[in-house]
Design a protein around this ligand. Structure first.
Ligand SMILES: Cc1cc2nc3c(=O)[nH]c(=O)nc-3n(C[C@H](O)[C@H](O)[C@H](O)COP(=O)(O)OP(=O)(O)OC[C@H]3O[C@@H](n4cnc5c(N)ncnc54)[C@H](O)[C@@H]3O)c2cc1C
Length: 323
């Protein structure tokens, strides 16, 4: 393994200075250390431990927003009783992640910035498109875990359950970029992966996720995922939905799918269709049709289309309290 320095940053400015384009931020380490040990990313000159950065490990709330610091762990999301009441979808997404041991150390920032799980990307001897090679081996190979939608040749999907849920909750990631706070919607946070096979997200070198802000405008949220294994596994497909539900009628509805696209998959036409509707099975099914319109299944992942359809329908009915 390439030798590297290790430093603990005590301020966000020093963290950025230490990383300086040639280093990597180390949070819980679940993803980063595996990538380094398997030689999947160019070895950084310095690992900058960010776990001591002040103020980033808090969950704060006011009337309009909840603010989740980037160093809040997935277990802290899972165990916050008030959060489970206000954002049940986020609570349910957190509970499904990996295992209790991983949730205890995995952070919100690290979850959002985790790299592709594509098994060709994760194979150290395969120089795939995502690692600067010429070919997406999954396209004509083993693609059962891959995307139904993409804007480029790489078909590796985003797998962050929190990213998918934050998208449905219309949350904003606040990122320290060039010394200034930059606000990114979840669509912004991942859009570069839509168009550029080398990208896992839109973060620039040195960008530091500080926190995620979630508006409280929607009083209901729900999340469901289906995985091969009941626990300790990523989703084959995940679905998050949020809306303000009054008298059974939806306003400001948002639905997002994970593990089917390099970005959390959202379709404005489906959100518009659901707006003002009283949910029933037929409405939920029509919304699912709109969300999955244009899906381009490959040889081994066509099962994701009916799976996603069912998940969307069930997640929407759960939003209403019926599933
Ligand atoms: C068996 C298993 C199952 C899993 N299942 C799921 C699942 O279902 N859903 C899901 O979402 N995840 C799942 N995970 C992934 C896990 O949740 C992530 O690996 C973890 O959340 C990463 O967080 P971390 O703090 O350990 O990140 P690290 O490994 O420390 O960092 C990951 C990446 O993010 C960067 N980074 C970290 N913090 C910041 C920051 N504040 N700003 C900018 N960049 C930053 C690092 O430099 C690195 O590139 C699973 C993992 C395992 C092992």
């Amino acid at each position: 393994m390439k030798a590297f320095q290790y430093a603990t940053a005590h301020s966000t400015d020093s963290a950025r200075e230490l990383v300086a384009g040639h280093g990597a931020y180390l949070a819980g380490g679940n993803d980063l250390l595996g990538l380094l040990k398997d030689y999947l990313v160019p070895g950084p000159d310095i690992l900058v431990n960010i776990k001591s950065l002040p103020g980033l490990n808090k969950i704060e709330r006011d009337d309009k927003n909840w603010t989740i610091g980037a160093l809040v762990t997935v277990a802290e999301l899972e165990n916050d009783a008030e959060l489970a009441k206000v954002f049940p979808g986020l609570h349910d997404a957190a509970v499904e992640i990996a295992s209790p041991q991983i949730r205890n150390v995995a952070t919100v920032g690290g979850n959002l910035a985790q790299h592709s799980r594509c098994w060709y990307f994760r194979h150290r001897d395969t120089l795939c498109l995502k690692k600067g090679g010429d070919l997406c081996y999954a396209r004509d190979g083993e693609n059962r875990y891959h995307s139904l939608f993409t804007g480029n040749t790489c078909i590796s999907p985003v797998v962050s359950s929190l990213g998918t849920t934050f998208a449905a909750l219309d949350a904003t990631a606040v990122v320290l970029r060039d010394g200034k706070e930059t606000r990114l919607s979840m669509a912004d946070l991942y859009h570069r992966a839509w168009e550029n096979p080398l990208a896992h997200n839109s973060l620039e070198p040195g960008d530091l996720i500080l926190r995620v802000e979630i508006p409280t405008a929607r009083n209901r949220s729900a999340y469901l995922q289906v995985s091969d294994k009941h626990t300790f596994d990523w989703a084959l497909v995940s679905c998050a939905a949020a809306a303000n539900v009054v008298g059974g009628k939806l306003s400001q509805p948002r639905v997002a799918l994970g593990s089917v696209s390099p970005v959390p998959h959202q379709v404005e036409a489906a959100n518009d269709f659901l707006n003002g509707k009283t949910l029933d099975d037929d409405t939920a099914s029509q919304a699912a049709d709109l969300i999955l319109k244009g899906a381009q299944p490959l040889a081994h992942n066509a099962y994701k289309v009916p799976l996603a359809h069912t998940l969307i329908r069930r997640t929407l009915l759960k939003l209403k309290g019926e599933a």
